[in-house]
Design a protein around this ligand. Structure first.
Ligand SMILES: [Zn+2]
Length: 299
C-alpha cells in the first residue's frame, strides 16, 4: 500500500480566517473580513493505493478558480478580496496523479471530508469514481449551495454520489463509523463542527492510525491550542470532535493529517504520531517553492 499527500494549491487567507476572534460564527467571519493581515496555507489532498481500489480523500482546488464565472456574480467582491489562489492547471490533483502513475480512471472511491470549495472544486475529475459523502453534508450543500462555501452548480451531473449513513460500530471514542473497505482497515468517522456533516477517514495499519482529518482543525497547532477558524460552523461541536481525536490518539499512535498544515506531508513521510510531534509549524513560514508538492509513504 502507498499513501500520497498531494499539495494542489497554496491559498492566501486572512490571519483571522485561520485563527478567528469572536464567540459566534458571524463574529468570527467578520473578524476575518476586517483583518488586513494575510497568511498562506497549503491545500492538501490524499491518495491511498489500497488493494481494494484507489481511495482519494478530497479533490483540492481547480485552476478554474481564477475564472470569475466560478463564483456567483453577487459574491464576487467577497471571493476576490478574501482569498488568493496559487494554482495552475498542471497543479490540479488529476494532473499530479497522472504524473505519479495513478490514472484518475482507476480511482474507486473519492471520500469528501466536507464540501467547502477548496475540498471539492476539483471534483469533476472523478466522474468514474464513487463520491462518498455524509448524508448531512449532502443535504446541506444542496440546501445552502454557495452559502455553504461550496459551488455544486459547477459540479458535473455525471458524478456518482454515494450518500452514507454511519453504523453503530464504535472506533475508540467515535460511537459510529462507516466501513469503507471490506478488510475493515479504512473507516470513516463523523467529525462534525467545521461543517455539521464533516467526516474524517482513518486507515489502520500495523498498530499505527493515519487520521485524514480534512478541516477538523486547519493544522496541528489549532488542534493543540484550541484555535477555531472563521468558517467553522459550530465551535462547540468542533471542540467535542477535537477532544475525540485527541482521545483516539492517546489509545493508538495516530498520524494526524489535515488539509491546511504545511507539515502534513512531512508527518506522513516520517509517520510522526500526534503526541510525538514537537515541530509545530511556524505560521510566518512562507514556502518559496511552487504551489505543488507531493509526499509519499509506503506501508
Ligand atoms: Zn479547507
Amino acid at each position: 500500500m502507498r499513501i500520497h499527500a498531494f499539495r494542489t494549491a497554496l491559498m492566501s487567507i486572512k490571519r483571522n480566517y485561520h485563527s478567528a476572534k469572536g464567540t459566534n460564527r458571524l463574529m468570527r467571519l467578520n473578524s476575518s473580513l476586517l483583518d488586513t493581515k494575510w497568511i498562506q496555507v497549503p491545500v492538501f489532498t490524499w491518495v491511498i493505493e489500497h488493494p481494494e481500489g484507489v481511495i482519494v480523500i478530497d479533490t483540492g482546488e481547480t485552476a478554474n478558480v481564477h475564472n470569475p464565472s466560478h463564483f456567483p456574480a453577487y459574491q464576487l467582491p467577497y471571493w476576490e478580496t478574501q482569498y488568493r489562489f496559487m494554482i495552475e492547471p498542471q497543479d490540479e490533483l488529476g494532473a499530479q496523479m497522472q504524473r505519479a502513475g495513478i490514472p484518475v480512471q482507476d480511482v474507486r472511491w473519492v471520500v469528501l471530508t466536507h464540501t467547502h470549495f477548496d475540498h471539492t472544486d476539483g471534483i469533476n475529475q472523478f466522474e468514474n469514481s464513487e463520491i462518498v459523502i455524509s448524508r448531512k453534508e449532502h443535504d446541506d450543500v444542496y440546501r445552502y449551495r454557495s452559502l455553504h462555501f461550496a459551488f455544486p452548480a459547477n459540479w458535473s451531473k455525471r458524478l456518482k454520489m454515494n450518500i452514507i449513513d454511519y453504523v453503530p460500530e464504535a472506533m475508540g471514542p467515535f460511537s459510529e463509523s462507516y466501513p469503507l473497505t471490506k478488510s475493515g482497515d479504512v473507516r470513516i468517522v463523523p467529525t462534525p463542527g467545521h461543517t455539521l456533516g464533516h467526516q474524517s477517514v482513518v486507515l489502520q495499519n500495523e498498530g499505527l492510525s493515519y487520521f485524514f482529518a480534512g478541516d477538523a482543525s486547519f493544522d496541528l497547532l489549532s488542534l493543540m491550542n484550541n484555535i477555531i477558524d472563521a468558517p467553522a460552523f459550530d465551535a462547540d461541536k468542533t471542540r467535542k470532535t477535537r477532544q475525540k481525536i485527541l482521545d483516539f490518539a492517546l489509545d493508538t499512535p495516530t498520524v494526524y493529517l489535515t488539509t491546511h498544515d504545511l507539515e502534513t506531508g512531512r508527518r506522513l513521510e516520517q509517520r510522526i504520531p500526534l503526541y510525538e510531534d514537537k515541530h509545530f509549524p511556524n505560521r510566518k513560514q512562507q514556502p518559496k517553492e511552487r504551489a505543488t508538492r507531493v509526499y509519499h509513504r509506503s506501508i
